[in-house]
Write a protein that binds this ligand. Structure first.
Ligand code: DAH
Length: 462
């Protein structure tokens, strides 16, 4: 378990390290019973989730909100930061009812309401949002350097099959990322995508050769200033045919790797200016060779993206045996935090005008001016853990109750007594980015957290 927690902690936001780890699933993977399969017809790039299964839920009209085009807020969210509950969302023109995704009685479903509420928010499609601005700047780079070549997809459904998310991109059956502790399962065959690579195989199959896929991705994780269970990635792919490399004196792989490095160095320069760069060899299941690009920025080496030459098995499965491709994936929040000086990942979700008004289309790198720093409030809780305990489960409960008011959850004490019982003490930091929190309010939240942790995780509070 310690190993797992360490792994989880080690994951950085964009987390090429996530997939670059070769480690397998540790314990606590729930054995999933089979549930009725949902239907996934071949893609029109919309959301095919439940397409052929009419929902029994009553559809309600959307309420237009200046900040979300799709989410319908039902939850009692009198306080900022407490998670609104979306009842219905629309992605790629298909409506999805909450009941179809969040089935509390289904043991194969671990998507809480707080996560469902994020589906369809699509921060990356907002023109004046840091993520939308960054996406657009990357588009500009590819449009200028490869005019008319790269197709853009930013509305593909985040609900994908296990096959799309893992099997199609060769993630090994025992890889840690497949565990229930790390991934949101809608049912045993269906997940909230944990990376935009989930769309690669299908796009290859449909004949696309140059594309950028941007979208929200979902991962169960710990809580701190750079981790949020929903974040955004962009995937880029370019395919080459034998005629592209035949005159180069290189084989297809070497040709693609050379083009990949040149293209991505250009992208890094477009985003960060004339910085020092280095390539680091790494491992991803989907590419070989695989690399990370790092830049020397603000005094340290920063990982910008993961990439490589696509594994031939992925291309073969799409029906083409003569092509070679490169692919990259990058985390938008990770880069935007650095480029715009955004100190806390929760801010991306803020609808506070003092945040949103600071960004506008085309202005990459305008530095965020913090409007105020409210005092944190610390609450510790200790309990005897059991074998099934994981920090991700704890964090999910805390997030479900306190929403974006929780800034960090840290293990501050850990010991095992003579009887072999292990005690953990966690410090929960509550802090709103928008207002000062009243003591009563935090005490009430902490009470709820304690109760839920005891009831849902079966731990013994001390
Ligand atoms: N999917 C990887 C992640 O989420 C990122 C990535 C790495 C995508 C390498 C790629 C790639 O296409 O070639 O960590």
């Amino acid at each position: 378990m310690l190993i797992q927690r360490a792994l989880s902690r080690a994951r950085v936001l964009f987390t090429s390290r996530y997939f670059s780890s070769l480690s397998s699933i540790q314990m606590h993977t729930i054995n999933l019973p089979k549930s009725p399969p949902f239907s996934f017809s071949s893609n029109n790039h919309g959301c095919n989730f439940l397409k052929s299964k009419p929902s029994s839920s009553v559809y309600v009209p959307f309420v237009s909100s200046p900040y979300s085009t799709a989410a319908f807020s039902l939850g009692k969210s009198s306080r900022k930061g407490v998670v609104p509950l979306a009842a219905l969302l629309q992605i790629g023109g298909v409506q999805i009812a909450k009941d179809d995704v969040v089935k509390e009685s289904d043991p194969t479903n671990n998507v809480p309401d707080s996560i469902f509420a994020k589906l369809g928010m699509q921060l990356h499609r907002r023109e004046n949002h840091p993520l939308g601005i960054l996406k657009k700047t990357i588009y500009d780079y590819f449009d200028t350097n490869f005019p008319g070549k790269f197709e853009k997809f930013d509305d593909l459904c985040p609900i994908v099959t296990v096959k799309q998310n893992f099997d199609d991109v060769l993630v090994p059956p025992d890889h840690v990322s497949r565990s229930y502790n790390d991934t949101y399962y809608v049912n045993s065959d269906t997940v909230l995508r944990c990376h935009t690579s989930a769309h690669q195989a299908e796009l290859f199959r449909n004949g696309h050769t140059h594309f950028l896929v941007t979208g929200d991705v979902y991962r169960r994780d710990s809580i701190d200033g750079t981790h949020y269970p929903v974040f955004h990635q962009m995937e880029g792919v370019r395919v080459f045919s034998p005629e592209d490399w035949s005159g180069s004196g290189m084989d297809g792989t070497a040709y693609a790797a050379t083009d990949l490095k040149r293209s991505l160095e250009g992208l890094a320069k477009h985003l960060f200016g004339a910085v020092e760069m280095r390539w680091v060899d790494t491992y991803f299941p989907f590419t070989n060779p695989s690399y990370e690009l790092e830049i020397f920025f603000q005094g340290k080496w920063l990982e910008v993206l993961g990439c490589g030459v696509t594994e031939q098995a992925i291309l073969h499965a799409s029906g083409r045996t003569d092509i070679v491709a490169w692919a990259f994936g990058l985390g938008l929040e990770r880069l935007a935090m650095v480029l715009f000086d955004i100190p806390d990942i929760r801010l991306f979700w803020s609808s506070d005008e003092r945040f949103t008004s600071q960004f506008s289309e085309g202005k990459l790198g305008v530095k965020f001016k913090p409007f105020s720093k409210f005092p944190p409030c610390y609450k510790d809780m200790s309990f005897w853990i059991n074998d099934g305990f994981t920090e991700n489960n704890l964090c999910e409960i805390v997030r479900g109750i306190a929403g974006d008011l929780v800034e960090e959850v840290t293990l501050i004490d850990n010991f095992t007594n003579k009887k072999g019982m292990t005690s953990h003490c966690y410090r929960i930091t509550y802090r709103s980015m928008e207002l000062s929190l009243a003591d009563d309010e935090i005490n009430e939240l902490q009470l709820q957290v304690r109760e839920a942790v005891q009831n849902k995780l079966n731990v013994v509070l001390r």
